[in-house]
Structure formats: C-alpha cells, structure tokens
Design a protein around this ligand. Structure first.
Ligand code: SF4
Length: 438
C-alpha cells in the first residue's frame, strides 16, 4: 500500500526567482552523487560503451558521475546541453541533477524545501518567481527517501536545553521580521541579529520556556535598535582576526572529484591542508590559491578593497535572500546542520556572512579591482553555500569552540564588519542609514 504523500513547504523569501539559464556551472563544479536507481538507468543504456569512458566512479562509499580532465561531467555536450537529457529526456538524468538547485528533506511530517546559492541564477534571482517550481518539486515526492524524522522537538536551543513547543517558530519569526526591515542597513540588521542570538546564548534559559521565551525575545527586540547603536565599532582584535581567517580557510577547503580520487595519499593531502591553514592563520604575504582563482593576491590587498559603488542594491538583495532562505528553511541547525543547537547554528550563519564579505573582497583583489562588484559576491557565495552544512570540517567540535570564542567580546559583530560591502552613499532602502566601511 502506498504511503500518503507529505506536504511540501517552501520558505517565503521575497524577491526570490529562478529558472535554469544553462550556464553549466553545476555540471562543471559540483560532484553529482548517484543513487542505485540512477546507476541502473545508466547501465541499461550502455553508456560506458557509448561514451568510451566510465560514466560513474566510486567516491569513498558513494558513487558520482565521472568527470573529464577539464572537470566537466562526462555527459556535458560542447553546446552546454546534458547528453542524457538531449537523447533520452529529462527523466533520464540522475535525481541529484534533476532536483538541483533545490534540496528537500523530511521534518515533522513535511518536506522542507531550500535552494542552493551556488547556482548563479538563484544568487542573482533570475527567472520566474520561485514558487512556480512547486509543481515540479511535488512530482519528486515519490522519489524522496522517507525516514523516521524526529522533528523540532529533539533539537536543542543551546547545549543540554531542548527546544520547547513553538520556540523555534517564535525566534525565526522575529529574526525574519528584523532582517526584512530595509529601513536599516543590512550590516546593522546582521549586527542586531548577532547581538540578539549572543544575548540568548549567554542567558540561563533553563526556566524560560515556551510563552516566556517568546516574551523574552520580544523584550530584547524592543532594545535591539539601541543595542546596535551602542555596539562597539572597534575593529576585531588580532586574535579574532586570526581565528576568522581560519574560518575562511575552513569554508574554502573544496576538493574537486579529481583531487578526491587523485593518487595523493591522505597524508600528503593533510600536509597540504595544514600548510594552507597555517598561511591563513598568519595572514601575511600571499593568500593561498582559492577555488576558481590562482591569483597572486596578498592579505593586505584584500583588506584594501573598497565597498561596491554601483551594485549596492543587488548585493544587499543577494545576501538578504541567502540569510533568510537558510533561516526559514531551517537548514541552519539540527539534523540539517551537523546536529548543532539552534543558537550555535545561527551564530555560524552570521560568521558565514562575514566570510562571504572577505571572499568578495578577495575576488575583487584577485582581478585587481578597487571595489567589490556583484560577480565577486556571487563567486564568494558559491564557495560559502557549497561548504556550509556539507563540509565535514565546519561541523567539528573545534569549529563550535571557535564560534564560542568569537561570540565573546562582540567578536561576531566586529567581524561582521567584513560584510560591509556597500558604499555608504548608495542606499538600498528608502531611508538608508549610515553604512560605514571597514
Ligand atoms: S548552475 Fe543553475 S543556472 Fe547554471 S546550469 Fe546549473 S541549474 Fe542551470
């Protein structure tokens, strides 16, 4: 007997659009995991002989579509089309390719939907309104793996403090409202959100539950504008900066399929990683090459890059949609984010936004530009979104301790200064307040 289908929930993120524009980034940069059913379909069409190379390869205990020497999927045609799609139709493609850039996971008797910002059309909001794709996503439901989902009730708010009924909704609703208030600069909105979460993390919440927890948030929200004004505008300390640079390193340790399968031993890879990690911690001279760029750029040159002059509105829109998608789709805590408690996961999100700011400056410096532009932000966001929730190194205990350290002495708020990518003279809202540059 077939089981009843669960409803599909899409986060309500204003101004989010998407259609595939066939840029082929996903076919070149991502590793497409295969299910058993995908491999069966590929084998049935005898693709190994038709391509002349293995259509898929093992990666650890999984299988992935094979890549050519230039990094592109073996099914990618010269004209940018997928050969599986071109010859056999959309349904012949592996599930991961058909569903990208969406992700669907089960929680509390629903399919929670999110979308990935490493797709440039998502990042730049190009295409039809995102909700148009609900019909297509509904068709995937019979193919989605069902499992016993514990839901929100087992997620911790902070360590050893389970969430109580309605608490996650109460917190996310208030944060969403605050982050959507475009009468404030985006940097101030981020600083306020970080301040709220830091205050909650530092409080003893064991006896403050359900309705009282919601009332506490309301009280803190009333004071938030003043708290943002009073926040230290001091630059981060050198220790905070060193820890932050290591966080940048952790967000950019992206291995290609070639590197994963290369003959390099695990020890050699580890040695190279340690050397890069040390270079980031020291933060002097040249920045180790990052994915997508081997420019000879120094840390000092990255720090000298100025905020955007012309692209302020689009840059704020990209960052705002990214943060609200992560929040509203609940992809920032619990089983979708390394099993982390809610407040730890939100702290990690604010720091990922700070990392995005640094990376946008890096890519501007790498092309010898004075100011950040939208493509620099899109490039940085592809790395950030490809790493968070996916890279094992960002989910370690060491990473959580780093965040705890950075949350002290307003470290997160100070480091969010790296996000200040927008020229103070180019407003984004009707009453744009000051957006100072670092
Ligand atoms: S990255 Fe996005 S726009 Fe580009 S081909 Fe993939 S789905 Fe389409």
């Amino acid at each position: 007997m077939s089981r009843p289908q669960l409803p599909l929930v899409m986060p309500a993120v204003p101004d989010q659009r998407w259609d595939c524009h066939s840029c082929t980034r996903c076919c070149r940069e991502l590793v497409g995991d295969l299910r058993d059913e995908d491999r069966r379909k590929i084998d049935a069409e005898n693709w190994a002989d038709r391509l002349g190379v293995a259509p898929y390869v093992s990666v650890g205990r999984k299988w992935a579509l094979n890549k050519r020497d230039d990094g592109a999927c073996v099914f990618l045609l010269d004209d940018g089309r997928c050969r599986l799609h071109a010859e056999l139709g959309f349904d012949a493609k592996p599930f991961a390719c058909r569903v990208y850039p969406f992700t669907l996971t089960e929680s509390d008797g629903k399919w929670l939907t999110a979308w990935r910002f490493d797709c440039p059309s998502i990042a730049r909001s190009r295409g039809r309104d995102i909700t148009v794709h609900r019909k297509m996503l509904n068709k995937f439901r019979p193919e989605l793996p069902r499992r016993v989902s514990a839901g929100d009730e087992t997620v911790e708010l902070t360590r050893r403090r389970p969430t109580a009924r309605g608490e996650i909704d109460a917190l996310l609703d208030r944060l969403n409202t605050w982050l959507g208030d475009d009468t404030r600069s985006f940097a101030d909105r981020m600083a306020g959100a970080a301040s709220l979460v830091d205050t909650l993390r530092a409080a003893n919440l064991s006896a403050v539950r359900e309705q009282r927890f919601a009332e506490l948030i309301d009280m803190l929200m009333t004071d938030l504008p003043a708290a943002v004004d009073e926040q230290s505008k001091a630059p981060p300390t050198s220790r905070q900066q060193a820890m932050f640079r290591q966080l940048v390193f952790a967000h950019t340790e992206h291995l290609t399929l070639g590197e994963i399968r290369s003959r390099l031993t695990r020890t050699t890879r580890r040695f190279r990683q340690l050397r890069r990690s040390r270079q980031f911690r020291r933060g002097v001279d040249r920045v180790p090459p990052l994915p997508g760029s081997d420019a000879k750029t120094t840390f000092a040159e990255v720090d000298r890059v100025l905020p955007a002059v012309d692209d302020a509105g689009e840059i704020v829109s990209i960052a705002g949609r990214f943060v609200r998608t992560r929040l509203l789709s609940r992809y920032q805590f619990g089983e979708r984010y390394y099993g982390w408690p809610v407040l730890d996961g939100l702290g990690a999100l604010w720091m990922s936004v700070a990392v995005l700011g640094w990376l946008a400056r890096y890519f501007a410096a790498a092309r010898r530009a004075e100011c950040v532009t939208t493509p620099d932000v899109v490039h940085g966001l592809a790395l950030v979104d490809g790493a968070i929730g996916r890279s094992a190194s960002l989910g370690t205990t060491g990473e959580r301790l780093r965040l705890e350290f950075l949350a002290r002495e307003e470290g997160i708020a100070r480091l969010l200064g790296h996000w200040r990518l927008v020229d103070p003279m180019r407003g984004t809202g009707p009453t744009q307040p000051t957006e100072s540059s670092t």
